[in-house]
Design a protein around this ligand. Structure first.
Ligand SMILES: O=P(O)(O)O[C@H]1[C@H](O)[C@@H](O)[C@H](O)[C@@H](O)[C@@H]1O
Ligand SMILES: [Mg+2]
Length: 284
């Protein structure tokens, strides 16, 4: 049977490469940083320009009105962040803008993916453009890094696991206290180590390749994780909510892990704090 999404998947990979080249080039000049929701929520002209390049390339290829778009920088400027039944590209033009602005050798990512309905992800692409690694996954067809199949770790022992988390962009003391309390409790299980690359996309690809056992975060956005969701799933891993319930892309809460045992053990230690949903109606 013909695969209706293959063309879009291949095109997503090509656009990711093109956008990655733009980001690398931009990294050679001075990077001026602006802020969004807080003083630590950063954006640059490159984030905005690359998002426009991606969206216009997709519209040119598939037609002006064929698909919907949820882009990190468009949403920051007031565009809606709602999934409908229409195929929707979810785009984070630069994931890890804080790493990008240092111009040092941390990773930052370009990601996009296609969602058909809530929780029904067709494919995901994450291009780690500094190290030139292309991660991708297509529903039911496996996950790959540079065309080599990838697989989550088979570790079942939490005491031998490496866990990733990030701190998000909200620095209110009560939330930071919960984040650090959770990290302390997880470290003391004990686990082998705690890590954080500064980009959710990289973190999820690290779960998918088996480099670490799990990544969790409260406060991430759908564009940070959408592509990673299918990459982790197709690599054999699982996604859960931080309370152990089903994963919800718009909830801003996620645990991704190599297996349920590791995910549920971490979940026992997570101190949950409230965050608004990505698809919450805009405040008047
Ligand atoms: O660099 P971004 O695309 O804004 O994504 C970051 C996010 O800003 C930060 O709050 C999270 O902790 C990271 O995991 C995201 O990747
Ligand atoms: Mg971004």
């Amino acid at each position: 049977m013909e695969d209706p999404w293959q063309k879009a998947y291949d095109f997503a990979v090509a656009v990711a490469r093109k956008a990655g080249a733009e980001i690398r080039k931009a990294g050679e000049s001075e990077i001026r940083v602006m802020t969004k929701s807080s003083t630590v929520d950063l954006v640059t002209k490159t984030d905005e320009r690359v998002e426009k390049i991606i969206i216009s390339s997709l519209k040119e290829e598939f037609g002006e009105d064929a698909h919907c778009f949820i882009g990190e920088e468009s949403v920051a400027k007031g565009e809606p962040c709602v999934l409908s039944d229409k195929p929707t590209w979810i785009i984070d033009p630069v994931d890890g803008t804080t790493n990008f602005k240092t111009k040092k050798n941390f990773s930052f990512e370009l990601l996009k993916d296609d969602l058909f309905k809530l929780s029904f992800v067709e494919f995901g692409v994450v291009y780690s453009c500094l190290e030139d690694k292309m991660y991708k996954a297509r529903k039911g067809k496996g996950a790959f890094c540079d065309d080599e199949p990838i697989q989550v770790s088979d570790m079942k022992d939490i005491n031998k696991s490496i866990i990733i988390s990030e701190h998000g962009t909200d620095r209110s003391p009560e939330k930071v206290t919960k984040i650090f309390s959770t990290m302390q409790k997880i470290l003391c299980i004990p686990v082998h180590g705690l890590r954080g690359s500064g980009t959710a996309a990289t973190n999820m690809c690290l779960v998918a390749t088996g480099a670490v056992e799990a990544f969790f975060e409260i406060g991430i956005h759908c564009w940070d994780i959408a592509a990673g969701v299918i990459i982790v799933k197709e690599a054999g891993g699982i996604l859960l909510d931080v309370d152990g319930g089903p994963f919800d892309l718009m909830s801003r809460r996620m645990v991704s892990a190599n297996n349920e045992l590791i995910a549920k053990r971490i979940i026992k230690e997570i101190e949950i704090f409230p965050v608004g949903r990505d698809d919450a109606p805009a405040e008047k």
